[in-house]
Design a protein around this ligand. Structure first.
Ligand code: SF4
Ligand code: SF4
Length: 347
């Protein structure tokens, strides 16, 4: 989290194998779970389990910091006892997240704003975050659904990363961004060379090619002003085909709304935190029966305005990193990029 501290060195493919092996020895390593639909991210026990995927992974690293369902504590009303122990969080071993793309790393920076920097810290998030180091990989093959450049990110962005790795044809450029990243690299004891001008040129070409593939779907100017029109008729149009399934929010690396419930059986129970979604009608239903967002129109408007307008007012940042997951996974192909374009055009 500490910045700036930037140093670059070269790692050949065979050194990278050794680097991973040494990291795995001293830390808990997590990487994306791949293209399948297994849960979130996985703990890596051996080098063979690490795989780098094209573009952003199926799930984001939100799963690690804010699990889909989490027990906050258990209680027993008969004995008046509370048990707040948490096996996973009580383990203070340093965790390294490796293999996330710059958009997902930037999403962590945004979640930090919500859970650490405004108001009281979320203790569960804070404990995970403070023991975690982040090694991101610059993006060489963005997907056709990626639009990170339109929202202030990019294939070589370093937001929240302690170390960024650029995968070249036969080698890697390792760039330490923070003091923590520098220590992580030093602790592996790797003896690495500096980066030649030729390799720097190769990297520049790789990033430029990535940028060329990223369609600039909208600009900040498009977003300013027009999207602010709370009463505009386009909201009714945009929500027409939405099913209200909430998949867009569950896959989004920056959506962070949750609900808290007590599950009780007899005198014993546990308090659970689970993801929630602004796309559900019950999300804002009052006990009186009144619902301030009674239809999909209000719920869709809330989702878009929260990401692009309210977050600017609260945090000075847009809460979209352009990963494209909501575009990929929406069952009715409701494409956020087209939505923003339509809004910008005032349709
Ligand atoms: S709104 Fe869509 S594109 Fe933007 S960060 Fe969330 S899932 Fe990714
Ligand atoms: S994933 Fe698509 S259909 Fe489902 S709530 Fe989001 S926009 Fe609507």
């Amino acid at each position: 989290m500490e910045r700036p501290m930037s140093k670059e060195c070269l790692m050949y493919k065979e050194d990278f194998e050794e680097f991973l092996a040494r990291l795995i020895e001293g830390h808990s390593i997590f990487c994306p779970s791949g293209e399948d639909i297994s849960p979130g991210i996985k703990k890596v026990a051996g080098r063979e389990q690490f795989a780098l995927h094209r573009g952003p992974s199926h799930f984001s690293f939100k799963h690690y910091f804010l699990p889909q369902t989490e027990r906050l504590f258990s209680f027993d009303m008969a004995s008046n006892k509370i048990d707040a122990s948490n096996g996973e969080l009580d383990d203070n071993k340093l965790v390294v997240l490796i293999g996330l793309r710059p958009c997902d790393a930037m999403a962590i920076e945004l979640l930090d704003q919500v859970f650490l920097q405004r108001g009281p810290e979320d203790v569960f998030y804070a404990r995970r975050r403070r023991r975690t180091r982040i090694i991101s990989f610059a993006c060489s093959e963005p997907r056709t659904t990626c639009f990170c450049e339109s929202v202030g990110c990019g294939p070589d962005a370093a937001a929240s990363a302690d170390m960024v790795i650029f995968a070249l044809k036969d080698s890697y450029i390792v760039k330490t961004i923070t003091q923590c990243g520098e220590e992580l690299l030093n602790n592996t004891g790797m003896n690495l060379d500096g980066v030649s001008t030729e390799k720097l040129g190769e990297r520049e070409q790789m990033i430029n090619e990535s940028r060329d593939r990223l369609e600039k779907v909208f600009t900040s100017e498009d977003l300013n002003g027009k999207i602010m029109d709370f009463e505009a008729s386009y909201w009714k149009q945009i929500c027409q085909k939405c099913l209200g399934c909430g998949i867009c929010t569950y896959f989004c690396p920056t959506c962070h709304c949750f609900d808290i419930v007590d599950e009780v059986a007899g005198s014993k129970g546990r308090r659970i935190r689970s993801w929630d979604s602004c796309m559900y009608p019950l999300f804002t239903l009052h006990a009186s029966g009144h619902n301030p967002r009674p239809t999909r129109k209000e719920r869709m408007r809330q989702r878009i305005m929260h990401k692009f307008v309210y977050s600017m007012e609260q945090y000075g940042r847009r809460f979209c990193v352009g990963c494209g997951r909501c575009v990929i996974h929406c069952p009715v192909n409701l494409d956020l990029r087209l939505v923003i374009k339509e809004i910008a055009e005032g349709k």
